[in-house]
Design a binder for this molecule. Structure first.
Ligand code: GUN
Length: 283
């Protein structure tokens, strides 16, 4: 059985099209959705991500407020910027690109963003809403993964799902979303002892551990859906966390790297920003 390759670029294109229609409707009634993007320092990977985010936003009729700050920026100055963006009625979404330089207190910054503008879904209020069944902003990468799984009609209710990775950005919110969709969820990580056996039982594998080809193709259960969030640079090429070719021989559907999850993260960020602008309209 040949696995379906899930085309994240195509699905992200569809999501961005939907977002552009919704943004256009808001512009018609005088509300231009606005996204503030804050980048501190000159981490090259972060600069690439931020450029992709700002470009996609402009294409979707979302106004971008770009804030590039030097690595020497103080906690006070960054907090003052967040305060200004919180107050600015033109800003619907605030994204502070992570990681911040280590001297800065990331947690304090993320907690300072108004939850209503926290389109990354990292504020504790939004995290709490996600885990308790409320309606808040959901982190973009796991949200994109749910959309990719839906695109290939992945049965979720009662499915055995294994999430590999326990980060606040991907693993934990992914587990919450899968659980809310009635999957039975196991969260594995770098210290998990019997990873191969756990993966062998999984109907759904979401890999977000950040180690190239760490998940072997022959661990995958026949007919599983495999979503690879990993982006590992190996000899100048991007590689996922899953051994792609071998996994494709067993999976029912799987994502490539690149061209799988990556484009979805940006599309869902725009979707969250337009959600925020729509909320502003009904306030
Ligand atoms: N760094 C890596 N992924 C993300 C993300 O989704 N949002 C932000 N703000 N920073 C990140």
């Amino acid at each position: 059985m040949a696995a379906r390759i899930i085309d994240g670029r195509q699905i992200a294109h569809e999501v961005r099209g939907e977002v552009a229609v919704r943004a256009g409707a808001l512009v018609q009634v005088g509300v231009t959705p606005g996204l503030a993007v804050v980048l501190v320092g000159d981490d090259p990977a972060s600069a690439v991500y931020v450029r992709s985010k700002t470009q996609a936003a402009r294409e979707a009729a979302v106004a971008v407020f770009d804030h590039r700050l030097p690595a020497t920026t103080s906690q006070r100055d960054l907090e003052a910027l967040v305060d200004r963006l919180n107050q600015d009625p033109a800003v619907d979404g605030i994204l502070v690109q992570l990681p911040l330089p280590p001297v800065l207190d990331s947690r304090a910054i993320l907690e300072r963003i108004r939850p209503e503008k926290d389109v990354d879904g990292f504020h504790p209020v939004n995290v709490g809403k996600l885990w308790s069944g409320g309606r808040g902003f959901v982190p973009c990468t796991p949200l994109g993964v749910m959309r990719l799984m839906a695109s290939v009609d992945t049965p979720l209710s009662g499915a055995d799902a294994v999430v590999v990775g326990r980060s606040n950005i991907v693993g934990k919110p992914m587990a919450a979303l899968l659980m809310a969709a009635d999957a039975t969820v196991t969260v594995c990580h770098s210290r998990t002892r019997d990873l191969a056996e756990r993966i062998a039982r999984a109907d759904i594998v979401v890999a977000a551990i950040g180690r190239a080809a760490m998940i072997r193709g022959d661990w995958i259960k026949t007919g599983a859906t495999v979503i690879d969030v990993g982006m590992n640079r190996v000899d100048g090429r991007w590689m996922g966390d899953v051994e792609f070719a071998a996994a494709a021989e067993r999976a029912r559907a799987l994502t490539p790297v690149p061209g799988g999850v990556g484009p979805m993260t940006i599309a869902m960020l725009l979707s969250n920003t337009v959600d925020s602008a729509e909320n502003r309209r009904v306030e």
